[in-house]
Design a binder for this molecule. Structure first.
Ligand code: DI6
Ligand code: FE
Length: 415
């Protein structure tokens, strides 16, 4: 993981005051504090609490004050599942789907992911970077300070490496952290047509090279009828395990492949999508403490009918994360706030669950929960300041972002 932006003076002591804060520090509940204050020292949260209880020691040390005057502060958002680096777009495919072609039919006919692979290979590094930077900025305007970015539209060693380098450069050029995921097993490239197992061999061979260049924070596979089988997924996971890299999985999005059980057996960070997961799969995830990342953008955009089994996740105590799944084919959204609204309206998650999904549970899905996703002493000073009384207001409204300021590693940025 890398985080860019200017380094902040490690002695700078700042106070945000007159604000409602939702901390998400307990296992349930918003962790609300009225008339609150947050003190940061350098890039770390030093104190959070009711302003009336702010110790005198701190008051004398404060060098900069931010009067939030009636707004609210939440942990910064974490988008824990995106495909942000790619060339071209799929607006034409959207039209075709509206005329009756299904997502799977288009994929089988060589469109879909493969058309984005062609556009990505044809794009220059700068074109890929500029596209990714613009998309990252859109996410940041909704309070995001950490983004997971998958490869998966290069599908050759050369092009996967290019895409992962672009992902790293996003964190060098913007005040945002990036966690990279190698998704070489996203689709079969044309040069491996009909030779899925040979392609998996290649993916497993590329992984050590990409890892040696420090391009890979985690490894993912699209385990699906139109992707890769559970047996092929296992081989990629074994290659990841040999390098001690964490795994995650696109599991049971369009059909149940037993991917959740497999991912759980490898101690995966998360299983993502999960519309078709079985209760046995959820029990396995629960035992292995795998996060369930649900993705309402893809569900909505593909007009899926099968809902992810939110009730079972609750019953078995599986933590739920939420993400945009930004990609050109199945979820071309750049709005975490809209995803939270959809998680409530479409999946019947509660507003509090939706917020946990983009904060504390998203941090878990990226293995970053010791320093991100909650507002408490010792965490990174990453938070979002909103023109709203309470974070539930931000979910109920949709279609605009009342972000006033976002703070990344103690540095404040105004929109
Ligand atoms: N599942 C998805 O929804 C995206 N990738 C995946 O594995 C779709 C990617 C695309 O259509 O370009
Ligand atoms: Fe995805």
């Amino acid at each position: 993981m890398q985080s860019g932006g200017a380094m902040i003076d490690s002695t700078l002591c700042q106070l945000w005051r007159n604000t409602h804060v939702s901390c998400f520090t307990d296992a349930t509940g918003w962790g609300d504090i009225e008339n609150a204050g947050i003190v940061t020292v350098g890039g770390t949260i030093a104190w959070v609490g009711s302003l009336a209880a702010l110790p005198n020691d701190w008051i004398t040390k404060i060098t900069a004050e931010h009067d939030v005057g009636g707004g609210c502060i939440t942990p910064a958002l974490i988008d824990c599942h995106t495909h942000l680096v790619y060339g071209g777009n799929r607006a034409r495919e959207f039209e075709l789907r509206l005329q009756g072609a299904s997502y799977e039919e288009i994929a089988r006919a060589g469109g879909g992911i493969r058309s984005t692979v062609a556009a990505t290979r044809a794009a220059s590094d700068d074109e890929l970077l500029n596209g990714a930077l613009g998309r990252a900025r859109s996410l940041m305007r909704e309070g995001v300070t950490m983004i997971e970015i998958k490869s998966g539209y290069g599908l050759s060693l050369h092009d996967e490496a290019r895409c992962l380098r672009v992902a790293r450069r996003v964190a060098e050029q913007l005040p945002v952290a990036v966690s990279t995921t190698f998704l070489g097993a996203h689709a079969i490239p044309p040069e491996f047509d009909g030779r899925a197992d040979d392609y998996i061999d290649a993916v497993c061979q590329w992984l050590p090279t990409l890892h040696a260049e420090r391009l890979v924070d985690a490894v993912d596979v699209f385990c699906e009828r139109i992707g890769f089988s559970a047996a092929q997924t296992r081989r990629v996971f074994e290659a990841a395990r040999a390098l001690s890299l964490p795994v995650k999985l696109h599991a049971e999005q369009l059909s149940d492949q037993g991917g959740a059980e497999l991912a759980a057996s490898f101690g995966a960070l998360s299983c993502d999508h999960l519309e078709y997961v079985s209760e046995a799969g959820i029990v396995a995830m629960s035992r292995a403490k795998v996060v369930a990342t649900v993705l309402p953008g893809a569900f909505y955009f593909l007009r899926e009918r099968q809902l992810p089994p939110i009730e079972w996740f609750r019953k078995h105590g599986v933590a739920m994360a939420l993400a945009t799944d930004h990609n050109p084919g199945s979820s071309p959204t750049l709005s975490p706030l809209l995803m939270m609204n959809m998680a409530c309206t479409l999946f019947r998650m509660t507003p509090e669950e939706a917020w946990r999904g983009f904060t504390v549970n998203a941090a878990r899905a990226l293995g970053a929960s010791t320093e991100r996703g909650q507002l408490r002493q010792g965490m990174r000073a990453d938070f979002a300041v909103w023109n709203a009384d309470h974070p539930r207001d931000l979910i109920y409204q949709f279609g605009h972002s009342p972000l006033r300021q976002w703070v990344c590693g103690g540095s404040a940025f105004d929109d």
